[in-house]
Design a protein around this ligand. Structure first.
Ligand code: ZN
Length: 357
């Protein structure tokens, strides 16, 4: 996507050094058998950068997966609902996103919704934002919400909860001049093991976190798939769509946790969902920049070497060679750029320098 978004953060991701480091580090992650650049600036864009999105969504998935398991093990219930609204090819993506978010907020403020939450012991929620596109139906934004309940609901309560929430959602949508699809206004799901539901192949945590990188499964394309289509076909319609999307989603959180309630006299409050689930407070940017704990520095490239790698667009080629974890494989590729091993540091990593051409 970076070619299409020259003014977006993603355009400089993994190109420039962090301040302070003179050389570029190549880091090897033994556990994942993967190499990456250690001290390059990363953009942390979960919506537009494939490299950062892969890292961010994977960490969020693992965190949420663990949290769901702990919650269930403690006797609580977890229910997922997907909220959508009716739309057409003529709808603007930014409008749709705003309408969806606004409608959800309005619903959350409704008395009947608050009563429903109370009645079924909903302690809090985690929400994620997702969008796909098809030329037939236009942009299709949806909001997945995980409801955490004090206890596992009985089938009867689960059914009644659905009826109540679908009712409020429809009423809110009609207020903002939208409608729920006959089938897809709100779709509920209780878990990973129910046959026939639309999450069957995916875990709930996967469904919640992986939307920017996974393929669209409703017949539409995910944004990263639109970018692929653009690369393959050169069709400018895709370029236009991606720019629209990047503008509409810039700065928006992909995953949000319901806030806590502060203490009031005579009425104790409640911690927020993030705290209740024991999830660390980390920004996308922090996660993208984090180094894996068991990663080691394998090599350093001096500035001149990096320039050659960069100009030849060999950043990926170098990482691929380093991903074997063998110094000889990395050296063989660097040699083609006139870059050779100059010193070996105490910890065994090799410093490479560009030879005069
Ligand atoms: Zn990035």
């Amino acid at each position: 996507m970076s070619e299409l978004l020259p003014n977006d953060r993603v355009s400089w991701c993994l190109k420039h050094r962090q301040t302070g480091g003179a050389n570029i580090e190549i880091v090897y992650d033994q556990a994942q058998q993967r190499a990456y650049y250690g001290n390059l600036l990363v953009c942390g864009s979960v919506w537009t950068c494939p490299v950062c999105a892969a890292r961010i969504t994977e960490q969020r998935r693992v965190e949420l997966d663990g949290a769901i398991k702990r919650w269930r093990a403690g006797g609580g219930g977890v229910i997922m609902a997907a909220f959508t609204l009716q739309h057409s090819v003529d709808d603007d993506i930014a409008d749709l996103r705003k309408t969806l978010t606004g409608a959800y907020r309005t619903m959350a403020d409704r008395r009947s919704y608050k009563d429903t939450r109370q009645r079924y012991g909903i302690v809090g929620s985690v929400a994620s934002l997702e969008v796909t596109h098809s030329f037939r139906h236009g942009w299709h934004p949806h909001r997945h919400v995980l409801y955490f309940t004090e206890k596992e609901l009985t089938d009867q309560d689960y059914f009644n909860l659905q009826v109540a929430i679908v009712g409020v959602w429809r009423s809110v949508l009609s207020k903002v001049g939208r409608f729920a699809h006959q089938q897809a206004g709100v779709v509920f799901s209780r878990g990973d093991d129910q046959a026939g539901n639309y999450v069957c192949k995916w875990s709930i945590a996967h469904e919640m976190t992986k939307s920017p990188v996974k393929g669209g499964r409703d017949g539409g394309f995910s944004p990263f798939e639109l970018a692929e289509q653009w690369h393959e076909t050169g069709d400018q319609r895709y370029a236009h769509l991606i720019r629209e999307y990047a503008r509409a989603f810039h700065g928006k959180h992909q995953l949000t946790y319901s806030p806590g309630i502060p203490d009031r006299p005579g009425r104790p409050g409640r911690p927020g969902m993030k705290e209740l689930l024991g999830i660390q407070d980390k920004s996308d940017q922090q996660i993208a920049a984090e180094q894996q704990a068991d990663a080691v520095i394998m090599a350093e490239l001096d500035k001149a070497s990096w320039k050659r790698v960069y100009i030849r667009r060999w950043r990926g080629v170098i990482l691929k060679a380093a991903s074997t974890g063998k110094q000889a494989d990395l050296a063989a590729v660097l040699e083609k750029l006139g870059v050779a091993a100059a010193e070996t540091a105490d910890d065994g990593h090799v410093l490479y320098r560009a030879q005069s051409p």
